[in-house]
Structures are given as C-alpha cells and as structure tokens.
Design a protein around this ligand. Structure first.
Ligand code: FAQ
Length: 331
C-alpha cells in the first residue's frame, strides 16, 4: 500500500541519503515503531502535518455536535434523549483530548479555534449536511461513527504518542456511538412502513457523504505519501473506504434497506464490493465551503464562542484566585 502511495502521491518523498542525520534518525525511530513524544526532536513538516490533521479532527468533533445536538429536544423517548445527550457530550470530550494532543506540538488552543472560526481550518465535510428526521440520528451513528471508527482504529497505532493514545479512548466511545445508531435504525426498520421509509431515506442521503469522509481518492491525496512514510497514516483513503463499504453493505441487508447505488455488487475476484464512481466534485465543493450547512455551522460555533466568553473569564478568574491562595499558603 505504501509503495502504491509513493507511485501515485503528489509529492516525491526524500530518500534516506537526502535526509539530514537528525531526520534519518527520526525516520529510523518511526520505522522501528517507536512513538514520537512531545519533547522529542521532529521535522518541522511532521509537526505541521500533525497540527493540521489533529486540529481538523478536533474541529470535526466539536462541529459534529451540532447536527445531533439539534435533535436532543426532539428525541422520541426519554431514554433516546439521555443516550443522545451522552453521545454529544462524548464528542465534546473527544474534541478536548484532541486539542490537548495538538497543544503538545506547540500551538495554543486559542490559535486553533481562531483558525476554525475564520474558515482557515477545515473540519469533516460530513457535518455540513442537515439532519432532517430522527432517522438521520440513526444514520449518523451507524454510518458516520462507523466511518470514523474505520479511520481511527489505525490511528491508535500512529507514530505520534499523544494522538495515538487519545485515539484509543475515542475509539472505545465511538463504538458505543455506532451501536446506538444501528439500534435506532433497527427499531425504525422493524417499525411501521413509514418508519422504515424514514430509515431508507436517511440511508439514501447519508451514504455517499459517508464515503466521502475518507477523503479524496489516493491518486489525488496530496498528503498521503508523506503521512504514510511518517506512519501518521497507516492505511490509505481508498483502502479505508473499501473496508467501510465491505463492512456496511451486509448491515444494510440485515436492516432490510437498500444502499443507494445501482452498480453496487460483490466482486468475487477482488473479494470486495464494487461501487459506482464517487462524485468527488461534491466533496471538493463542500470542503470549499459550499455544502448545505457550512455557513450555518460556522455561524453557530462563532456565536457559541462569543456567548461563552463570560464562562471562560470566570473559570480563569477562579483558577487565578486558587493559584494565588496556594502560593500564599506555601509562603
Ligand atoms: N472533509 O491529502 P488528503 C467524526 C482535505 S471525526 C474535509 O487525503 P489527509 C466523529 C484534507 O484535510 C471525523 N476535508 O489529506 C464524529 C486536505 O486539506 P488540507 C473527522 C477533507 O489529511 C462522528 C485535502 O482535503 N476525522 O466523524 C476531507 O492526508 C459523529 C487533501 O486530502 C478525522 O479528522 C473531508 N472528508 O487525509 C463526531 C480523522 N478529506 O488540510 C460527531 C483524522 C480530505 O491540505 C458525530 N484525519 N480533506 O487543507 C484523517 O485521517 C485525514 O486527515 C483524512 C484526510 C483521511 C480526513
């Protein structure tokens, strides 16, 4: 897979001879699966790549609270409401671990958040689609969390210590999220004809955007080759996408609903499902800011940040007061 990335990747990788002695020693540690920790030497480009990816990931968790948060007051039962609240709170927690992992690379949380709010930093394309019915909450858990886990399990083995450790806990919680989504879909699919139709409609709308979460095809992925060499990426975008399709299609069959792809077919020779070509123009358009909800999502985040200023000020004042008290006691 790595060789394939090198062949198709946009950037040529530096050979061992072209690296400085420090870089070579760094690459040797990575090749030997030794984690890179915050105080270790690292190439500037490695640090920047990680800040980019980890912060985008953190922003995705925080923006990702919005489409589901929108349904907390409308969940159909008290039990579903409690579960959804816990899930959305977990996402806030994931965002916080990830911001903390990015901070170990020498960037402040305020800088990262300013980049999100100015539109400079990206977050996952998937969160720019609307949640129109309760079945969308099921589809997000089943498909979006399912895709997130597929991408994040290999990240538990990535070369950066803080990121890899954050991923272990995140994946455990995501697995609960995925199951609660599937459980909502099961309930709807075993319910009335209208409920089953709602589940089918949600699958129709979330299927293709979920496949796009894995990023552009390998041939167009600018960062893949370098990230693979540094073991930030363990599996390629297309490989993860294929694994997700292979895992999810039988689940749709079990639910008795149909994946919205007329060309979807098991290929015995490849041992995988074949799909129709994916319309990556839609991904690029959403990433550029033109998805159905991009503007609304950013506006909501900026408003929440501004309206939460007094909470941050109060927490800071409290922390300063406590620090001063401890200093007085110690003196
Ligand atoms: N959306 O060269 P590549 C979740 C950008 S968490 C937006 O392939 P790379 C939990 C990419 O950043 C979901 N932008 O890039 C949850 C780059 O732009 P840049 C988030 C995308 O980094 C569930 C450019 O395209 N997960 O869902 C997307 O090697 C439910 C070129 O692409 C992560 O962030 C996209 N889909 O690979 C929460 C996982 N795809 O930065 C709430 C960690 C690509 O040069 C509810 N991240 N781009 O301006 C990764 O694994 C990687 O960053 C990829 C992209 C695979 C996303």
């Amino acid at each position: 897979m790595y060789a394939q990335m090198v062949d198709t990747g946009a950037k040529r990788l530096r050979t061992s001879e072209e690296m400085s002695p420090e870089e070579r020693a760094f690459q040797e540690r990575i090749d030997a699966d030794i984690k890179i920790e915050p105080k270790d030497w690292m190439p500037e480009a490695y640090r920047k790549t990680l800040i980019r990816q980890i912060s985008q990931h953190a922003h995705s968790e925080i923006v990702g609270m919005l489409p589901e948060g929108n349904w907390i007051t409308r969940a159909p039962t008290l039990k579903r409401k409690a579960i959804l609240m816990a899930k959305v709170q977990d996402e806030a927690g994931h965002g916080l671990y990830l911001y903390a992992a990015a901070e170990t690379l020498g960037v402040s949380r305020d800088e990262l958040i300013a980049d999100l709010h100015s539109g400079k930093a990206k977050y996952s394309s998937i969160f720019n689609y609307p949640t129109l019915t309760w079945a969308d909450i099921g589809a997000i858990g089943w498909l979006v969390d399912g895709a997130a886990i597929m991408n994040q399990i290999p990240l538990c083995r990535c070369s950066h210590g803080p990121y890899s450790r954050a991923m272990i806990r995140v994946c455990k919680e995501e697995s609960f999220h995925q199951r609660q989504g599937f459980d909502i879909m099961m309930t709807l699919c075993r319910g009335t004809l209208e409920q089953k139709a709602m589940a089918q409609d949600a699958l129709n709308r979330w299927w293709w955007p979920s496949l796009m979460m894995f990023g552009p095809p390998d041939a167009d992925s600018v960062h893949s080759a370098q990230s693979a060499q540094w073991k930030i990426k363990i599996l390629s975008n297309d490989e993860l996408r294929q694994r997700f399709v292979d895992q999810t299609v039988p689940q749709a069959d079990y639910l008795g609903i149909k994946v919205p792809d007329p060309l979807l077919k098991w290929n015995d020779e490849r041992g995988h499902y074949d799909t129709s070509p994916i319309d990556f123009e839609e991904l690029y358009n959403v990433v550029k800011g033109n998805g159905p909800c991009n503007r609304d999502r950013l506006r909501t985040r900026v408003k929440a940040w501004e309206e939460g200023a007094w909470v941050r000020d109060a927490a800071l004042a409290h922390a300063e007061k406590r620090a001063a008290r401890s200093a007085r006691k110690a003196a």
